[in-house]
Ligand binder design. Sequence first.
Ligand code: SF4
Ligand code: MSK
Length: 662
Amino acid sequence: MDHKIKSANEAAEKIIEWGVSQGLTTCFERAEKMKPCPIGETGACCKVCHMGPCRLVGANAEEEARGVCGANVSTIAARNFLRMVAAGTAAHSDHGRSMVLTLLAVGEGKTDDYSIKDPEKLLRMAAILEIPVDGKEIKEVARLVALKLLEDFNRIEGKLNYARRAPQKTRDRWKKWGIEPRSVDREVVEAMHRTHMGVDHDPDHLLLGALKTSLADGWAGSMISTDVSDVLFGTPKPVQAQASFGIFKEDHVNLVVHGHEPTLAESIVDVVSEPELVEYAKSKGAKGINLGGMCCTANEVLMRHGIPTSGSFTNQEPSIMTGLVDAVCVDVQCIMPAIVELSKKFHTKVVSTSEKAMTKGAVHIAFDEHHAKESARKIVRLAIDNYSNRTKNGKYVASDKAPLIAGFSHEYIEYMQGGKWRASFRPLNDAIMAGRIRGIVGLVGCDNPRLPASGYFKTLALEFIKQDVLVVTTGCGAAVYGAAGYLTPETAREHAGPGLQEVCEAIGIPPILHMGSCVDNSRILTVASAMAAEGGLSDEIGGMPAVGIAPEWMSEKAIAIACYFAASGVPVIFGGGQSPVAASKEVTDIMTRVWYERFLGCLHFEKDPEKVISLALEYIDKARAALKLKKYEPGRFGTERVLMDMAARRDIGKAAKPHVGL
Ligand code: SF4
Ligand code: MSK
């Protein structure tokens, strides 16, 4: 891969280079200038008390170096790691709690701006939570479900309600190793306590604490967030949309929703086509209002409504540099403070909306879920009012966009394998057992300006699908694949191995399935649980031919996700830069070898993308062998692939679809 490029997204690269010619800086130039601290980067710096910061360096640091209190490198690295998990868990789970409070407001009749869009899913949740529903109004069910879900955030003793969704054997492992979480708040608070100066010093014990805390994220905070969002806004099913900077329209008001929680973005989707607002936009000389998304808020409204996305985390500054964005409306997480300064060089207004998240220089319009549409209309009007301030300043290419298909929820993946009456995971399990699909890889998480951003994502996906590995994606990875044009059924024909290609063509799906935002990684957990229940593969999540990869991760949320997958039984590989625990061989050994022995899941940090691929395939093939499945043989299924001209491609459309197991 060419390390001189800043972004492997060609459109982004053009905009970034234009910015450099204009004297503008983005995260890419800042990443070049701001080298990571080599001590903190490896986990060897402790700043949890004011006798420090203590930096444990030197030739024999692992054996000999000690902080002022006597802490060694392993304690410090494990403690830093647990703090990352606690922060990531807090972020996802605070998002999840907001969703539950919105559901409660609907149930209690305190807002008319939201309703129950998927009552069937609400009833399924009530059944999981063992809430009797007979004779109850749907709003009352919503109220009872919301109150029950809140217990998973603040229970003092006991276990997560939602943990019962995991296979029994997976839960038995949690029990055996003492990592069954009680609730989100209890685990996050305990993690902060354990990592305070002078408390928990045993690296293995600290790392079990990391797994326990992360499980509260995966099986409560994030999973609840996904489910409640589906109930309130609709469970996704495939939708067509577009991605990359060309989604902006020169003759429309362009409003972008950026951040994570879907509540406000959904209200903006609701109001943006109201005749009064459209007329107002026209009165200002625009042809209409064009709504787009960025980062995970984009994924939320893309999955449910086909709202286009301008892309991933590293696309936020280039989006503003198109000169076409009239307003960016932000809530929480992954919003670079730099966009406020940058927006001043253009006409763009940055609007903050959360009482938790302010940036100096942004316009603040407080969002209140009890009067959601009122806030949404204010924001749309602000964008319209700003349209006339547009200048010619900016770098925009209208053709920079790609078509995509998103919307692969757990429910739809089940439905697509048999329709309404015979929906199941049997065909997917059968395809894996037969070796048509070698295994499944989740390619998820952030993109990173310290790498050729989005480049590792692209390289890995193409290699995996070529080797008949089905790819599922969420978060910024999904936006990367959307902008690259990979989220289409044609990608199977052009790049997938013959077995995977057959399966994708039989159903008409892409070989890379967009499953949603960062919190929607929980959809992958429930799919894996359903596959275990279906039979024929492993009877727990551990032991499945499946691997999770975050090739370009950067956020603490990503670390929390890695841990809940590892604790649930999935080998996880993080790519990109340095391991945050590289300073301690002991900690690295616990996360890789020891966790795998206990949970069949683990966490590797591996910089070299070639090694990421070979390690992932090794885990997949090892799981296949342990399950006594047919050995994967490349090219065993399908016909030999030939390069096709346009006429041949047209003929494919006319040909009968092959009948295969999925
Ligand atoms: Fe240094 Fe120990 Fe304080 Fe950490 S807790 S800063 S290692 S004295
Ligand atoms: S937005 S956490 S950069 S995936 Fe969810 Fe993207 Fe990573 Fe934020």
